[in-house]
Write a protein that binds this ligand. Structure first.
Ligand SMILES: CC(C)(COP(=O)(O)OP(=O)(O)OC[C@H]1O[C@@H](n2cnc3c(N)ncnc32)[C@H](O)[C@@H]1OP(=O)(O)O)[C@@H](O)C(=O)NCCC(=O)NCCS
Length: 198
């Protein structure tokens, strides 16, 4: 996992030493929220990633279900991203019974050629309407702003993905503009780190 990646392109609180950065990088991996255990996705979670992407509510937004090979490839690439960037998506399980709920969290992306820290979520359809995506999102915002001292987070979704846009609004994001992603119109939302405003 690269502390350099945490520094480059994103403002990191001034007094933090390299040791602190490494501590942050490690602690960003596993965490718990009020109801969820968040685990970094890597090859060991390929089967759960496959199961998640069999969910009809998720498949509708990810161009259909994933094959086991696709899930294995994606899990491996998420694991590589965790090691390279110090952030990527968590798998979310209920704390009380271990049930698989969804996934979400931070990742680095490019928008209009510029590197951005992005947040996203996907929850099994039977668990929609219970606030789990917002809970995962809040953990991502805390990691980005309170621990990585990122200056801004982006989130984007298909313009007609009402539920995902509602999560963004619930987390305090504001609509910025439409962008084209994979040839489709997406709504881009931004959230600034108010602690860094002067
Ligand atoms: C996008 C997605 C994650 C949103 O899920 P969601 O269940 O609507 O969002 P939340 O988990 O934040 O739940 C919010 C709902 O729970 C309710 N709720 C209950 N308890 C809550 C709590 N503690 N905190 C927040 N909301 C709570 C809210 O009032 C809201 O209700 P509503 O649906 O009647 O408006 C889900 O639709 C999904 O997985 N879609 C497929 C994948 C996808 O599109 N991902 C985004 C790609 S960019």
């Amino acid at each position: 996992m690269s502390a350099n990646r945490l520094i480059s392109g994103y403002s990191v609180a001034g007094a933090c030493g390299i040791w602190k950065l490494w501590q942050v990088a490690w602690s960003s991996e596993h965490r718990s929220t009020e109801r969820l255990r968040l685990v970094p996705i890597d090859t060991d979670l390929a089967d759960d990633l496959f199961r998640l992407h069999q969910d009809p509510g998720i498949a509708r937004w990810y161009a259909g279900t994933w094959t086991l090979d696709q899930a294995r490839d994606r899990a491996a690439s998420m694991g590589r991203a965790w090691r390279a960037d110090g952030v990527h998506k968590w798998m979310a399980y209920r704390l009380d019974n271990g049930e698989l709920i969804g996934r979400g969290g931070l990742s680095y992306t490019e928008i209009d050629g510029a590197p951005r820290l992005e947040i996203g979520w996907a929850v099994r359809e039977r668990f929609w309407g219970l606030g789990y995506a917002t809970e995962i999102g809040r953990a991502g915002v805390t990691l980005a702003f309170d621990e990585l001292a990122a200056s801004e987070l982006v989130a984007y979704t298909e313009v007609y993905n009402r539920r995902s846009r509602a999560v963004m609004t619930r987390l305090g994001f504001h609509y910025d503009r439409h962008i084209v992603h994979g040839g489709e119109p997406f709504a881009l939302y931004l959230l600034r780190n108010k602690d860094l405003d002067v």
